[in-house]
Design a protein around this ligand. Structure first.
Ligand SMILES: *[C@@H]1O[C@H](CO)[C@@H](O)[C@H](O)[C@H]1NC(C)=O
Ligand SMILES: *[C@@H]1O[C@H](CO)[C@@H](O)[C@H](O)[C@H]1NC(C)=O
Ligand SMILES: *[C@@H]1O[C@H](CO)[C@@H](O)[C@H](O)[C@H]1NC(C)=O
Ligand SMILES: *[C@@H]1O[C@H](CO)[C@@H](O)[C@H](O)[C@H]1NC(C)=O
Ligand SMILES: *[C@@H]1O[C@H](CO)[C@@H](O)[C@H](O)[C@H]1NC(C)=O
Ligand SMILES: *[C@@H]1O[C@H](CO)[C@@H](O)[C@H](O)[C@H]1NC(C)=O
Length: 460
């Protein structure tokens, strides 16, 4: 009972569990189910598992996860099997390869090889695949059917088999498309009882005129010979690129692009020359000075004194690229570390140069403190900020008369009062009296304007 209570408490305190549900119920799938345990609400990172009904095939992920209020990836599908009956096969004069005519179930994406009754010719291909419950069965053509006359034609394609006056039912002719034309459909047409089965189509290629490429400053990638016009077969693509020194007008960070030939006339993009304008540099100059620069042009940056080139790549040279000046030329403030701080100094400097954004530490002399209560200063474009300065915070210790004692002569003589913080004096006590250490001489240090220990003599 106690353990159970603890579990509940842990559950309530758990940060993820106190939040609202993250995802809706995951989608159901047809011909399948969710097999992981069902929940009242689904939280971030929850996972669910799908399974398909027998003979249905899962396409997609078995597991999906709740991420940012969405299930990812999308739920899977359960793909249907194909069923073929004895009657279907008999009606089409078909057998499954091996002379079988048994009814059967074929899983999605599985194939069967078919053959025809004797006296029949099979319209290729003989192997057919089951696609989500659908299988296109081959046609069996009777050799006893009527002859066909002259074979059919297809535009931009040729018949490559011997041409005859008469074709027996079940015989076929083979087609090939002319150069650059792409074939759609089977390359054979069969004589079927006096008529020809569907002929293939030869799809037009895309033509890219050389003159257009030249006027748009485009080159064909890896091109060896340069024909007058470029043909791209339907369904194929070609990689083109802007000439050196040019980029796509629509996207200057790109120079290569791909043209797909898919039945619509290809759109050839424009290329534009890579140029850079004269840069504006605060606190610096550059040369050579021009109004416009081209790809690969270099300029040398000279920063005004007290400023330095950033990033300091040694060269102080920037290049005109498709993305503009690279690196972007900038002169930034270089802060002075030889600056004298009154009653203080910079802590040892680890860098040889301090530029905008760098911090430096400084130390104040005894009795002095940083004026801004912080002992670091940042290099900004206006110099050190806050300016490193030290102010007197402790005023030292004055000469005082010691009852029944006196300060050591040398200190009275050589050190003018007040003495600084941290400095010491010696004192001794008159006869019959002793200082704190009960010795002849006692040292006392000035700490926060007071002597420590006190300048006191105690009677023996
Ligand atoms: C379908 O089968 C072929 C081989 O026959 C295989 O390469 C392919 O990956 C399968 N596709 C699916 C979705 O299972
Ligand atoms: C051929 O077609 C005719 C009708 O045009 C039909 O009567 C005949 O049975 C068919 N022959 C075969 C073998 O299918
Ligand atoms: C059909 O064509 C073949 C040759 O292709 C020929 O021998 C036969 O006589 C033709 N049959 C008819 C009925 O025309
Ligand atoms: C016609 O198609 C078959 C099978 O798809 C193939 O083996 C044959 O090479 C093709 N013929 C031509 C001329 O492309
Ligand atoms: C430009 O091209 C870059 C690099 O290929 C790409 O990341 C970016 O999305 C493109 N921009 C536009 C507006 O198409
Ligand atoms: C640095 O450049 C800025 C902006 O152009 C200007 O306001 C400033 O006076 C310059 N500083 C020096 C020291 O030349």
């Amino acid at each position: 009972m106690k353990a159970w209570l603890l579990l509940v408490a842990a559950f309530l305190l758990w940060p993820g569990c106190s939040s609202q549900k993250a995802c809706d119920e995951p989608d159901e799938v047809d011909f399948g189910e969710i097999v992981s345990a069902e929940k009242a609400k689904y939280l971030e990172n929850d996972r669910v598992q799908y399974r398909c009904n027998p003979v249905y095939v899962l396409e997609g992920p078995e597991w999906i996860q709740c991420k940012g209020q969405e299930w990812t990836p999308h739920p899977p599908k359960c793909l249907a099997p194909c069923s073929i009956t004895r009657q279907q096969l008999a009606a089409k004069n078909l057998f499954v390869f091996g002379n079988q005519r048994k009814a059967r179930l074929i899983q999605n994406n599985q194939s069967l090889r078919f053959q025809c009754n004797e006296g029949y010719v099979l319209v290729v291909p003989s192997v057919r695949k089951c696609v989500d419950g659908y299988m296109d069965l081959p046609l069996c053509i009777s050799e006893r059917g009527k002859n066909c006359s002259g074979p059919p034609r297809t535009e931009n394609g040729d018949i490559i088999t011997l041409s005859k006056k008469q074709y027996r039912s079940g015989s076929s002719v083979e087609f090939r498309c002319q150069t650059y034309y792409a074939m759609e459909g089977q390359n054979r047409s069969f004589c079927n009882n006096g008529t020809w089965t569907k002929v293939p189509n030869c799809l037009d290629p895309c033509m890219i005129p050389r003159t257009e490429l030249e006027s748009q400053k485009i080159e064909v990638k890896d091109e060896i010979d340069a024909p007058e016009n470029i043909f791209v077969q339907h369904g194929h693509s070609i990689e083109l690129t802007c000439r050196t020194g040019y980029v796509l007008a629509a996207n200057s960070s790109q120079s290569a692009f791909v043209i797909h030939c898919n039945g619509t006339p290809p759109v050839i993009p424009k290329c534009k020359e890579i140029t850079c304008n004269s840069p504006r540099i605060s606190n610096g100059t550059f040369r050579p000075q021009r109004t416009i620069y081209h790809d690969g042009d270099l300029i040398r940056i000279q920063c005004d004194s007290g400023f330095t080139f950033d990033p300091d790549n040694g060269e102080k040279v920037v290049e005109c690229t498709k993305n503009g000046w690279s690196p972007p030329p900038k002169c930034i403030k270089k802060c002075d570390t030889s600056l004298r701080i009154h009653n203080g100094h910079f802590a040892s400097t680890y860098q040889d140069m301090y530029i905008e954004g760098n911090d430096i530490r400084f130390v104040c002399d005894q009795g002095y403190s940083p004026a801004n209560q912080q002992s670091t200063s940042t290099c900004t474009k206006n110099g050190w900020s806050p300016a490193p300065s030290c102010i007197l915070t402790e005023r030292g210790c004055d000469y005082i008369r010691i009852e029944n004692g006196r300060m050591a002569k040398p200190y009275e003589l050589y050190r003018p009062f007040p003495i600084s913080e941290g400095q010491s004096i010696y004192f001794s006590c008159n006869h019959g009296f002793l200082p704190t250490n009960k010795e002849m001489w006692q040292a006392a240090t000035c700490i926060k304007s007071h002597y420590v220990p006190e300048l006191k003599c105690f009677s023996k």
